[in-house]
Design a protein around this ligand. Structure first.
Ligand SMILES: Nc1nc2c(ncn2[C@@H]2O[C@H](COP(=O)(O)OP(=O)(O)OP(=O)(O)O)[C@@H](O)[C@H]2O)c(=O)[nH]1
Length: 337
């Protein structure tokens, strides 16, 4: 395959809520004329992200139920192999999917090394794909806490070729400078761009050939030979889903969310969901990071769509049962079942 151009791959990483989906939406809606195959991996059993990515339903390959760097790594290799078959019409496929590049959005809890490793140690993958860059989103508001507390956030910074220091609207210039300094100590050669809503000129992040294997080996000399299952995540961090198939009572829910933020905000790393609120025909998207949260109106529920509310919560030492009981109290009782 030496004289055939390999398909460029961009890995989007960054801690929970740092802006990966926002960047992905920017990539998918910008006017670059390229066809992008997107692979999205979420930590929870429910793929909320898929629904938050704009108008690109067919090209998205979801890999949930685990973290891309551990249990679903086999799935990643399968999806990438399958994409090749679909593009080139091999293995009985008809060449039904065409794409110019692949973008992988990892979960915010993934370590990038095992994901990168797939592109070097799997022969078929290495033959057809070429790493273009690892882009790490950093949440300027929450990064210090995340870097202090979690090994995954540190690895994501250490393995980056490009860092988007995102959400600079939420901090002052002095804080941005201090954070840049901290990042440089962890990854001296990384290119840093300051962004708001992950808005960046795509020429800075696509087809930049920024990936340098030698630099990754400096960070972790064994990373090509290590068993990808041999790393550990913090057992205290878990995810669960709250679900309701009847409408939710808005005021009760608002009260509950305020209580959660006040009492558990520090340990609620990330929460996001799509809600069916009584009295509105539209989906409500609700999401947050620690104490910062927002809800927005989305499109109308379709006639044949089941109106199920789902919230994924990822956090440290959270009492799932307590969350479930309290959430159930917000479900409207008016409809008989
Ligand atoms: N104020 C502010 N909010 C932002 C910015 N970028 C993204 N957000 C918001 O931050 C939240 C998280 O953004 P996402 O793009 O979903 O983050 P993510 O990294 O994909 O999140 P996970 O997939 O859950 O890890 C959303 O509510 C975004 O609208 C920014 O620059 N400034």
């Amino acid at each position: 395959m030496d004289n055939v151009e390999r398909i460029p791959v961009t890995i989007l990483t960054g801690f929970l809520g740092s802006g990966k989906t926002t960047l992905l939406n920017h990539l998918l809606t910008a006017d670059h004329g390229e066809r992008i195959a997107v692979i999205v991996n979420e930590f929870g059993e429910v793929g909320i992200d898929n629904q938050l990515v704009v108008g690109a339903e067919e090209e998205i390959f979801e890999m949930n139920n685990g973290c891309i760097c551990c249990t679903v790594r086999g799935d990643l290799i399968r999806v990438l192999t399958d994409l090749i078959a679909a593009k080139f019409g091999t293995n009985g496929r008809k060449g039904e999917v065409d794409f110019d590049r692949v973008v992988i959005e990892t979960t915010g809890l993934a370590e990038p090394a095992p994901v990168i490793q797939s592109f070097f140690v799997d022969e078929a993958i290495a033959m057809f794909y070429q790493m273009d860059s690892v882009i790490t989103l950093v949440d300027a508001k929450h990064a210090n806490q995340q870097l202090d507390q979690t090994h995954e956030a540190q690895e994501q910074v250490a393995f980056a070729d490009i860092i988007l220091l995102n959400k600079i609207d939420l901090v002052n210039n002095k804080e941005v400078q201090a954070l840049e300094k901290r990042i440089r100590l962890m990854n001296p050669s990384v290119k840093i761009f300051r962004t708001k809503n992950a808005q960046i000129d795509l020429e800075h992040i696509l087809s930049i050939h920024a990936f340098e294997l030698d630099k990754k080996l400096e960070v972790d000399p064994g990373f090509l030979t290590e068993d990808p299952n041999d790393h550990e995540h913090d057992d205290h961090v878990t995810s669960f889903v709250l679900r309701a198939n009847r409408p939710l009572h808005l005021e009760k829910l608002e009260k509950l969310v305020n209580h959660w933020i006040r009492d558990f905000g520090t340990d609620m790393y990330r929460y996001k969901g799509i809600l069916n609120i009584q009295g509105t025909e539209r989906k409500v998207i609700f999401q947050g990071i620690h104490m910062l949260f927002a809800s927005t109106m989305d499109r109308k529920w379709k006639d044949n769509e089941e109106r199920i509310s789902e919230i994924v919560i990822i956090g440290k030492d959270l009492d799932q049962e307590q969350f479930e009981t309290q959430f159930t109290e917000c479900v409207e009782e008016t409809l008989s079942n």
